[in-house]
Design a protein around this ligand. Structure first.
Ligand code: 5GP
Length: 204
C-alpha cells in the first residue's frame, strides 16, 4: 500500500535555531525525510554548496520563477528572496516520501494556505527571556536594534496559532526526537490512511 508522503514544515521565530535543528535531523543515520533545498538570492557563504545548502540565483531568475508559478512559497527576508521550488516537493511527495521544509514564518503561512494537510511544526525558544538572551548574545547591537528584534520575535510567536505542533528547542537532540515522534504519529492518523483502505475494499 503506497501512501502519499507528508509535507513537513519546520518554522519559528528568527534566532530560535531552525537551521541547527534541521541539520541535526538530517545527520541522524536513520533519517527518512527528504530535504527540499531552498532557492535564495542571498550571497553564498563560505562552505556552502550550490544545490546542497541552497540554489543560489539572481533576483531576475528568482522573479522569473515566481512569475512562472514554480515556487510553492517565497518570502523576502532581510532584503533577499528565499523560496521553495514546487517541482521537487510535488514529485517527492508523489513517490510516497516525506518532504521536509525549513523556512521562515511568512513562507510557512503560504504553505499552510496551499497544503493544509501538511504537518506544521513551530520551533519555540524555551521562553521569551531565553530568546532575549539569544538575541542580545549575538553581538554588540544597540538597545533599539535588540528591542526591534524582540518585537519581531513576539509577533512571530503569536503566529504559533497557525501550527499543529509547538516544539521547544531547549536542547537540539531533544527537539530532534520530538519532531521525529510527531512525524511517526502523523503517519498513523486515520484521515491519512483511510483512503488506502477504502480503495482496497473497492478493489476486492
Ligand atoms: P539563512 O540566510 O540564514 O540561511 O536563512 C535565513 C532564513 O531564511 C531562515 O529563517 C530560514 O529558515 C529561512 N529560509 C530558508 N529557506 C527558505 C525558503 O525556501 N523559504 C522561506 N520562506 N524561508 C526560507
Amino acid at each position: 500500500m503506497s501512501e502519499r508522503g507528508l509535507l513537513i514544515v519546520l518554522s519559528g521565530p528568527s534566532g530560535v535555531g531552525k537551521g541547527t535543528v534541521r541539520k541535526a535531523i538530517f545527520e541522524r543515520d536513520d533519517n527518512d525525510f527528504q530535504y527540499s533545498v531552498s532557492m535564495t538570492t542571498r550571497q553564498q557563504r563560505p562552505g556552502e554548496v550550490e544545490g546542497v545548502d541552497y540554489y543560489f540565483r539572481s533576483r531576475e531568475e528568482f522573479e522569473a520563477l515566481i512569475e512562472a508559478g514554480e515556487m510553492l512559497e517565497y518570502a523576502e527576508y532581510v532584503g533577499n528572496y528565499y523560496g521553495t521550488p514546487l517541482s521537487y516537493v510535488r514529485q517527492t511527495l508523489d513517490q510516497g516520501k516525506d518532504v521536509f521544509l525549513e523556512i521562515e514564518v511568512q513562507g510557512a503561512k503560504q504553505v499552510k494556505d496551499k497544503v493544509p494537510d501538511g504537518v506544521f511544526i513551530f520551533l519555540t525558544p524555551p521562553d521569551l527571556a531565553e530568546l532575549r538572551s539569544r538575541i542580545t548574545g549575538r553581538g554588540t547591537d544597540s538597545a533599539e536594534v535588540i528591542d526591534e528584534r524582540m518585537r519581531v520575535a513576539r509577533e512571530e510567536i503569536e503566529m504559533m496559532a497557525l501550527y499543529d505542533y509547538a516544539v521547544v528547542n531547549d536542547e537540539v537532540p531533544k527537539a530532534v526526537d520530538r519532531i521525529r515522534e510527531i512525524i511517526s504519529s502523523e503517519h498513523f492518523r486515520v484521515d491519512r490512511v483511510i483512503g488506502t483502505y477504502i480503495k482496497m475494499l473497492e478493489e476486492l
